[in-house]
Design a binder for this molecule. Structure first.
Ligand code: HPA
Length: 248
């Protein structure tokens, strides 16, 4: 199917479907990289053809380090997507990125390891060294920021996303180091997804949803992060998303 999709949305933790997606059909194409995490739901959102894929699977069964990032992106590309908006649930490290904040980061640092992080993996495949100085697509970021403005959705412009291996959360010392490195946000799925999207020629931007203060980063340094807090904050912060996506 190559009908063209105006926007593909990849949902993260707590975001397993796209509110308002009508006439959605499920597609789960096998790709040269294997199977995606689950079906891509292709339908109509405010009159535009949009695809949605739950990164961890619709039942959240795939942990961050086991996600077939290449297959997910290749499946969306095979369905006709050229632009991908990644929704990533994250922890906040610096002051502007507290729980329930939405942010559109402009930089990232990769702390993950052992993940297949390139499409230049197979023998015989041409090796590419894509430019990644600006890891997110400038035009798509600008469109997301403009959509937030137009829809009256508060969105922090910029920030550095630190991608960690997970699935465990970080130690306070790890977060302190990430702060020194210049990270504002921490999540487990931002890489290799962003780099693969660049290699595959997809325009890609991240909309980060802050679910919690990262370890030791909030006002209560002894705070324990619970899944329930994460899900509650994602649900609350996501309320602005339908309006933002409509404007986008
Ligand atoms: N660390 C890493 N990933 C996350 C966090 C966190 O604190 N919260 C949500 N995703």
């Amino acid at each position: 199917m190559e009908q063209g999709i105006e926007l593909a949305v990849i949902g993260g933790t707590g975001l397993y479907q796209l509110a308002g997606l009508e006439e959605a059909e499920a597609h789960q194409p096998a790709t040269r990289y294997g199977m995606p995490s689950g079906p891509a739901r292709v339908g109509v959102l405010h009159g535009h053809r949009v695809a949605f894929l739950a990164r961890h699977g619709e039942g959240h069964s795939v942990p961050p380090h086991r996600i077939n990032y290449r297959a997910n992106l290749a499946a969306l590309q095979a369905l006709g997507a050229r632009r991908v908006l990644a929704l990533n649930t994250v922890g906040g490290i610096t002051a502007a990125y507290g729980p329930r904040v939405l942010a559109c980061p402009d930089q990232l640092i990769d702390y993950t390891w052992g993940r297949v992080s390139t499409i230049c993996e197979e023998e015989g495949r041409e090796v590419v060294h894509v430019d990644f100085g600006e890891p997110y697509d400038r035009a798509l970021r600008a469109a997301v920021l403009e959509a937030a403005r137009a829809s009256g959705t508060a969105l922090v412009d910029g920030g550095c996303y630190g991608a960690t291996q997970g699935p465990r959360l970080e130690t306070r010392a790890e977060i302190a180091r990430m702060r020194r490195d210049g990270c504002d946000l921490v999540g487990m799925t931002g890489m290799p997804e962003a780099a693969l999207a660049r290699e595959m020629g997809l325009d890609y931007a991240c909309l980060a949803i802050v679910a919690n203060w990262a370890a030791g980063a909030g006002p209560d340094p002894d705070e324990v992060i619970t899944l329930q807090d994460v899900l509650d904050n994602v649900a609350a912060a996501s309320r602005g998303l339908p309006a933002l996506l409509e404007a986008l």
